[in-house]
Design a protein around this ligand. Structure first.
Ligand code: BDP
Length: 719
């Protein structure tokens, strides 16, 4: 029998589902489960929940469970007052609600943010217990519990105990105060600085929910190319409003510190980190920040890189700069994330070597609340790079990872590229710095060198587009970053499976096909953009589209010809002992593996070697033929992705189906554009025919070279 409450719920649900499927709800959709058997099973197990405590964090958990369970199960799952009426118990250890329950898990094994989700017997009845040491742990556990139902997990005998492997799991927004986003392709910044602090956009809550659901616990609000204005009183009030809003979700705010702020907003004549007045200025400024934001997380700093000011302007080093800020932050338990993305115009050295050269001598010289933030690869977020040689090379310094979620070099927001395989490739790389098994993951989770201060950052792909990330599948990259930040042992496949089930469909066949497509998508983009170890051959400045012909710019290492070195005899950057010897920065046997042409994996060939066009590849083809075949294979594979997408049509709503379909069309067009441009351009050196069976590009090289995109999104503004 339908009672009144249920009728209202049903009306409400049909109202919700009549909303356009514009992607706004991300993976937190909570639509009614269509599989009747599953629905019945969950309805039987989940009849009412109880939460012990009443903090604002628990209020969020309660609301999420209420909305989520009601949506998924189609009728209200009440928040009950007595444990006798509850089938799901959410409580902090040692709660009175848990006193008669024998938990299977040793609660000591769970860290502050961790949680358990387990089944237990209470009064001869099976109950599900979500338990943690903190309210935030319970919030994370509640999201996980909802995820189990969203992705059709069996709740009988469930027994999960999980804690994050990395302490600081942050998004880095490259957002400017005028709301443009550097390298952002999903609209403008979601931070509406003008209306803050008074107007709190409801969207901030949804942003926080999404982050909390995957365990992200910090957000750096501002661009690494920093503006000192953010440190003025007017802006600190705005930052405080955001921090207050995010706090119950377990999210701390961080800012980027412009090194020259004491001069720009403090009226000092210098920003020299050893100058007592400068040190006092920063100390006072930091004390002031903590008055507004008592749990302020700390600073990210880009210094002496790409024109940004830094300690080297005063003949000091990176440690001098970082330590000055760290000293003032220490009293408040704040941290400094000092970026290692540095390269110097004056140094005529292979750019990929410069960060290591500058930071290696500083190991042991940083204060204990400093992390050195290192990009996954030594160049700059290319479709494929080897791992950065700094991982494992600074044993006395906590090193944190910086991944780029926004697709600056991966087709912007219109290309479907699932990034978990790229992230995993780096995390799973063995640095051998302490013998076999010294993976990058172990460097950044602190286990290799026993560091307790650990961190990971992802450059956000979020903007004010209705679907947050521009491409529906861009959401998967935000999701995957958070999941891997929590547990880098998860596989790319498992994360894709979860995301698809929560976001798109629970149809097993479709999930399987989409997982395959997502996993393949990373290699496909490498094939049609930068195969066989090519890198940095994109369009000038905006980085949109191919630009292997880029040369004669103010800096050689901002051009493409510097990196591919194509000439009549061959192509590739020699980084072996006979070349720039960048390989000397890696430990053995990594170095040897890359050093010899025979052993070097072909997907890194042109990263490390300059190779003759006639070089025989493993396939038996010449390098030239292989290069062409790979470009064509990549572009053709996008057609395969389009076909896969067509096959799942019956299980996807019309609106998101056609969004993705249209974007795949753009991706295919652009993949062919990349292929044609690169093959024709490199042919002008190799002077060889495009192999038989591969269709000739429809336009001549000069056509592709003539294309201009003055208004491509994401361009850096003037700082
Ligand atoms: C490069 C971007 C540039 C960023 C820089 C950085 O093109 O906009 O400022 O990285 O990470 O990839 O600082």
């Amino acid at each position: 029998m339908l009672n009144r409450v249920n009728i209202i719920v049903i009306l409400f649900l049909s109202f919700i589902s009549s909303y356009a499927e514009d992607g706004y709800r991300l993976w937190l959709r909570y639509d009614l489960i269509k599989d009747q058997a599953k629905l019945n099973a969950y309805k039987k197990t989940v009849t009412g929940f109880i939460i012990d405590g009443n903090s604002s964090t628990l209020a969020i958990a309660s609301k999420e469970l209420d909305n989520g369970l009601t949506g998924l199960l189609g009728s209200r799952v009440p928040l009950v007052k007595s444990v006798r009426d509850a089938s799901v118990i959410i409580a902090r250890f040692p709660s009175p609600l848990l006193k008669d329950i024998n938990l299977k898990t040793d609660t000591k094994a769970i860290s502050e943010e961790g949680y358990v989700i387990t089944t237990a017997l209470l009064n001869k009845k099976n109950v599900i217990v979500i338990a943690a040491h903190t309210d935030v742990g319970l919030l994370y556990g509640s999201f996980h519990f909802l995820r189990l139902i969203q992705s059709f997990h069996d709740l009988n005998n469930i027994d999960i105990a999980t804690s994050p492997k990395i302490k600081h799991r942050l998004l880095n927004h490259w957002d400017n105060l005028d709301r443009t986003v550097e390298r952002g392709y999903a609209g403008f910044s979601i931070w509406d600085w003008h209306k803050l602090p008074d107007y709190i956009d409801p969207r901030y809550h949804d942003y926080a929910r999404a982050n909390a659901s995957i365990g992200i616990n910090g957000t750096v609000l501002t661009n690494v190319n920093a503006n000192a204005q953010i440190l003025t009183e007017a802006y600190l009030r705005k930052v405080a409003a955001l921090a207050d809003m995010f706090r119950p979700y377990g999210i701390k705010v961080y800012l980027t510190a412009r090194f020259s702020a004491p001069v720009e907003i403090g009226n000092l004549k210098t920003a020299d980190p050893l100058d007592p007045q400068v040190r006092t200025w920063w100390k006072n400024k930091i004390d002031e920040i903590y008055k507004y934001v008592p749990d302020f997380g700390g600073f990210v700093v880009k210094a002496n890189s790409e024109g940004q000011p830094g300690p080297q302007n005063y003949k000091r080093n990176h440690a001098d700069g970082a330590n000055m800020l760290a000293e003032a932050l220490e009293a408040h338990k704040g941290i400094v994330m000092w970026r290692a993305f540095v390269y110097d115009n004056e140094v005529p050295e292979d750019r990929v070597k410069q960060a290591y050269n500058e930071f290696k001598p500083l190991d042991g010289g940083f204060k204990s609340n400093v992390l050195v933030q290192v990009k996954n690869g030594p160049l700059d977020f290319q479709p494929r790079e080897p791992f950065h040689p700094l991982f494992g090379a600074l044993p006395k310094t906590p090193i944190m990872m910086e991944f780029q979620i926004t697709q600056e070099y991966l087709g912007f927001a219109t290309h479907l590229v699932y990034l978990a395989p790229l992230f995993k490739e780096c995390l799973d790389s063995d640095t051998y710095t302490k013998g076999q098994g010294s993976t990058v993951a172990k460097v950044i989770d602190g286990s290799l060198e026993n560091h307790s201060l650990t961190g990971i950052a992802g450059v956000a792909n979020i903007g004010n587009d209705r679907n947050w990330t521009g491409h529906i599948f861009g959401q998967a990259n935000w999701y995957a970053f958070g999941r891997l930040a929590w547990d880098h042992n998860l596989t790319s496949e498992a994360i894709a499976d979860e995301w698809i089930r929560m976001t798109l469909t629970n149809d097993d066949q479709s999930v399987k096909k989409l997982t395959q497509m997502m996993i393949a998508s990373r290699e496909i983009v490498v094939q049609y953009m930068t195969p066989l170890g090519l890198h940095h051959i994109m369009g000038w400045s905006h980085h949109y589209g191919p630009g292997p012909w880029i040369k004669d710019k103010p800096r050689a290492d901002w051009t493409s010809v510097y990196y591919h070195q194509a000439e009549a005899n061959g192509i590739g950057f020699n980084r072996t002992t006979t070349g720039s010897n960048a390989l000397e920065q890696y430990a053995q046997p990594v170095r040897n593996r890359f050093e010899t042409l025979e052993q070097c994996p072909e997907n890194f060939l042109l990263w490390f070697h300059h190779v003759s066009w006639d070089h025989k590849m493993k396939s038996g083809r010449s390098l030239w033929d292989e290069l062409c075949h790979t470009y064509y294979k990549g572009a053709d594979s996008v057609k395969w992705m389009q076909n896969v997408w067509e096959t799942v049509r019956p299980n996807i709503d019309e609106e998101r189906f056609s969004h993705v379909k249209t974007f795949l069309g753009i991706q295919h067009k652009e993949a062919e554009w990349w292929r044609n441009s690169c093959v024709l351009y490199f042919q002008s050196f190799s002077k060889k025919e495009i192999p038989k069976g591969l269709a000739k590009p429809e336009k001549p090289l000069h056509y592709y070279e003539s294309l201009e995109f003055p208004f491509a999104p994401g361009i850096r503004p003037h700082w």
